[in-house]
Design a protein around this ligand. Structure first.
Ligand SMILES: N[C@@H](CCC(=O)N[C@@H](CS)C(=O)NCC(=O)O)C(=O)O
Length: 226
């Protein structure tokens, strides 16, 4: 990391569509702003529980609003979000614990593929209405992300290890230490202080804080692996 670059951490969970927006936009800005982007895969269920919050989608009017909001955001931000046919089952019954343990195993042992594995999992749940809970689903996502077969098998095994479970808890606790109540959580380390942003709709403020320009959600046409 160069001395001038500002460390920006993104805490996220692939169950969260707003995190997908934040993830793609920040990935695009990685080469536009003078930042070091650090991906911090964590567990939204743990943040909800630890902060005493409730998923906003459980309030019927909010759920309706968010469905429309996400359609508009998908088009504006050029992220191919499409709600699953049964969002309640996908988000609240099936959830993302096994998926985020898998992403954590990738982050610990093959961090160069964390970005692409996360993206493939989002694509499954939030674009293609596909499962992200079974070992077969995780394997497919890993294959699409470009993990070699032997490495993938090792990571799928590690995903259920105590080491990985503890690491996911630790990163989730780090988000809670920053007073997280939902995702995405963006933490910009400016002048030795963590500046905290909740949501994928705070980029103007983040840019202002960083002394950078906000050029909209698609600052350049190249560089995106979407
Ligand atoms: N306004 C935010 C909304 C983000 C959001 O609703 N995130 C959900 C997860 S997908 C959450 O954790 N919400 C907690 C809350 O609203 O209290 C955005 O545009 O990104």
């Amino acid at each position: 990391m160069s001395a001038s670059k500002i460390l920006v951490e993104l805490f996220y969970d692939v169950v969260s569509p707003y995190s997908w927006i934040g993830f793609e936009v920040l990935s695009r800005y990685r080469n536009v702003w003078d930042i070091d982007l650090k991906l911090r895969p964590a567990f939204l269920g743990g943040v909800m529980h630890g902060s005493g919050n409730k998923p906003p989608g459980l309030v019927p009017n909010k759920f309706l609003y968010m469905t429309k909001d996400l359609q508009r955001l998908a088009s504006y931000c050029k992220v191919p979000i499409q709600a699953p046919s049964n969002p309640f089952e996908a988000m609240f019954e099936k959830g993302s614990l096994s998926a985020m343990r898998f992403v954590t195993a990738v982050e610990l042992h093959s961090p160069e593929l964390t970005e692409q594995v996360s993206r493939e999992l989002w694509r499954r749940i939030w674009s293609k209405d596909q499962d992200i809970t079974t070992p077969e689903s995780l394997q497919e996502a890993g294959e699409k992300a470009g993990l070699p077969a032997d490495q993938l098998q090792r990571l799928l095994g590690l995903a259920v290890s105590q080491e990985v479970k503890e690491k996911l808890k630790l990163v989730t606790q780090e988000a809670l230490n920053h007073k997280a109540f939902g995702f995405p959580l963006i933490v910009a380390h400016v002048d030795g202080r963590p500046e905290i942003f909740f949501g994928s709709d705070r980029f103007e403020l983040l840019a202002h804080l960083l002394g950078e320009k906000w050029l909209g959600p698609v600052p350049q046409e190249t560089g995106s692996k979407l």
